[in-house]
Structures are given as C-alpha cells and as structure tokens.
Design a protein around this ligand. Structure first.
Ligand SMILES: Nc1ncnc2c1ncn2[C@@H]1O[C@H](COP(=O)(O)OP(=O)(O)OP(=O)(O)O)[C@@H](O)[C@H]1O
Ligand SMILES: [Mg+2]
Length: 361
C-alpha cells in the first residue's frame, strides 16, 4: 500500500461536527437507518494557492458502486487521495464533512488513519508497479497487511495470502505467492494488487483507474473480477475512470468531473439514458459500441484546462458545442434537474427548468 506524507484536512466554516464513532462496524444514526459508508460534503483541495478540486460531494452506501468519471486532470485521483489522506504536505484539504460509517474523518488522527487504510478503506492504484514494493514478494506484501491489521502469525498470514491470490484467479497461488512483482505480467500484478486491497475485507474499496494500464482483453477480465468480488463482499466501491464505458455495467451512480468540479451527478441509469451536461454527452459519444466503431469514434475537441488557467465562466465552455454568451460569464453550480439528478450547466440537454424556461433550443 502506498503511503506518504499526510496533509491534515480542515473543516469548512458552518459545517456540523459529527460524533466520532469507535472503530469497527457501522453505527446506527437512528433506530432505522445506518449511516452511509462514506459521506463527503464540499471537498476542496488546493496545491499552494491553486485550487484543483472544488465542491466535491458524494455518498457511498454498502453494496453501492459510485463511478467518478472524467478526463485526465479533472481531479479524480486528488479527490480519492484526499479522502485517504495520502496527498503531499503542500496540499490544502478542506471539507464540510468527511465521514466513514458516521465517524468523522476530518478529526481522525494519523494513527486512526493507519488503522483504517487497508483494513476498512482500501485502494487499488492505477499502476501496480508503483504501488507494489519491488523488493518484497507479492505474498510478503499481502501477508504484511494481514499481520498489521489482523495480528496474524507468519504461517497464518502466508496461508491467507495464498487464499487471497487464489480468489483473484492467480493460477498456482502457492507458487506465485513467492514471486516478486516484476516476475508477474501486468494483468497478474493488477490481480495481486486487488488481492492485497481485499485481503482484510474492507468495507470501502476505492479503485483508481484499475484497468487503464492493461490491454483490452485483460481489462475486461479484471473488471469482471472486480464486479464478482463487489457482489460477493458487498463493499461500497468508488470506481474512478476516464472511460464512461468502464462503469456502464458496474456503477449504480455516476459523478462526472471536469476541471476539478462535479458537472453531473445521477443514477447510472439516468446518466446513460438522459445525460444533461454536454460534457457527459461527449463522454458517452466517445464509447465504442463495437470493435468496428473504434476507427470512427467521437473525440471531444480540445483538452481539460490546467487548474491555474481556468476560463472565467463555465469551465467546459471553450469546448462546448452548445455554448452561448452567458456561459462565458457565470460559473454554473450543481442544480437539481429531475429526480436524484443534478447538473452544472445553464442549458442542460433536454431539460426544462421550471423557473428558467426552455433550455434545449
Ligand atoms: N502533487 C501535486 N502537486 C500539484 N498539482 C497536482 C498534484 N497532483 C495532482 N495535481 C494536479 O491536480 C489536478 C488534478 O489531478 P488528478 O491527478 O486528480 O487528475 P485525474 O482526474 O486523476 O487525472 P488522470 O486521469 O490523469 O489520472 C491536475 O491538474 C494535476 O496536475
Ligand atoms: Mg488519476
């Protein structure tokens, strides 16, 4: 597991402090409802004076998969790393709320985070070669996680590491447990990374582009594996990807990020059937429907602006085919546009705002 210098987040003004709960299982907020596994409200991250993530909010319940989707540089990893408290020291993090099973993570100290990471909240990283330690065998790394969090002895931890490798489909796990990361193929390493993340049966899994570094066939296998494990363990999963297609059959909710902001947030069914933001539409149009489509795929023109050079109005405006002069002036905020559907666009596709008239001319 990657570790690094920690940045202590700040509670935004006006935010309510939630009760700190003891470690362990979920704690009921009321007689009827348990708190969500993760609850993030108004998360902001800046590096020095440059804000790179602004106003990100999401909730993950047990058994739910939330997809965070956006092009490179949109702030997906920074949001996840802020939650894991794995950003470098020059990162400034603030939020109104950041809870795990009702426990206030904003006031959790370093020791508490060390308990949580790997045991309760695990992360799969995009490039296993940078996340796995090259001088330890894969088995030693999985066993180390188990020894630390579950206080297992050497033998027991090794046996559990072999089981974990078997569970993610690594053939001859009793032999491969002694492999160093470089002795494994890319797909195998990613499987080993998943085995390590799931070894302690975390309640929350954050998968940051878990298949991007792999070729298409292996990508499909790893996604299928993740989906099976998700169903088996009923974790709350945050699936980060730049490819909306990856979450199409996997996610329950989708949050679309652009240039550090959430531009659309909806159930997956709504996001795919009736996207409201032109950016989401562009992402959808760039998913190949079949292999023969790959050559004539749509690509959104231009690129995500760097955080130090954002346009004054809507951040997507310079690339938006539906842009109008007002889009260059005011920055749209997330606005409800239907049941459980929010969009940050003054002209969301196909939606008529009750108080703003026809928006899809
Ligand atoms: N340690 C850092 N110091 C300064 N800026 C950073 C740092 N890490 C990320 N950034 C900047 O924050 C912005 C968001 O980066 P982030 O890594 O979250 O993007 P992403 O959506 O995960 O993209 P990708 O799909 O390429 O992984 C980018 O502009 C990036 O350059
Ligand atoms: Mg990233």
């Amino acid at each position: 597991m990657i570790d690094g210098a920690e940045t202590v987040p700040e509670r935004s003004a006006g935010a309510e402090r939630s009760t700190r709960q003891p470690a362990g299982g979920p704690v009921a907020q009321s007689d009827t409802a348990a708190p969500p596994l993760l609850e993030v409200r108004n998360l902001k991250v800046a590096f020095g004076a440059v804000p790179v993530v602004s106003g990100v909010s999401f909730t993950v319940h047990q058994g739910e998969v939330v997809g965070i989707v956006g092009e490179s540089g949109s702030g997906k990893s920074v949001s996840a790393l802020a939650l894991m408290r794995l950003l470098p020291r020059h990162a400034h993090i603030s939020a109104e709320r950041m809870n795990f099973c009702g426990e206030d993570l904003l006031s959790a100290d370093r020791r508490r985070y060390e308990q949580l990471r790997g045991a309760d909240i695990a992360m799969i990283f995009q490039e296993p070669m940078t996340a796995l330690n090259p001088v330890l065998t894969v088995g030693e790394q999985i066993a180390e996680t188990l020894r630390r969090h579950e206080r297992l002895g050497r033998r027991q931890a090794r046996a559990r590491a072999i089981d974990a490798l078997a569970r993610v489909g690594i053939p001859a796990p009793a032999r491969r447990v002694d492999d160093y990361p470089h002795q494994m193929s890319g797909g195998m390493r990613q499987r080993a990374m998943i085995a390590m993340a799931l070894a302690c049966q975390p309640r929350v899994l954050i998968a940051d582009e878990p298949t991007t570094a792999l070729d298409v066939t292996i990508q499909a296998q790893i996604l299928e594996l993740l989906q099976d494990l998700q169903e088996e363990f009923q974790m709350g999963t945050v699936m980060i990807t730049h490819d909306l297609g990856v979450v199409s059959s996997f996610a329950d909710r989708v949050m679309i990020m652009y240039a550090g902001q959430v531009v659309e947030d909806a159930s997956a069914a709504q996001a795919f059937a009736s996207p409201k933001h032109p950016y989401t539409e562009g992402l959808l149009a760039s998913i190949p429907l079949s292999q023969s489509d790959v050559d004539r795929l749509y690509a959104i023109p231009g690129a995500v602006p760097p955080p130090f050079d954002l346009p004054p109005g809507c951040r997507f405006e310079p690339r938006c085919a539906a842009s109008r002069p007002p889009c260059r002036e005011a920055r749209p905020v997330l606005y409800p546009c239907g049941d459980d559907h929010r969009v940050a666009c003054i002209r969301p596709t196909g939606y008529v705002f009750p108080d703003r008239g026809e928006c899809n001319e």
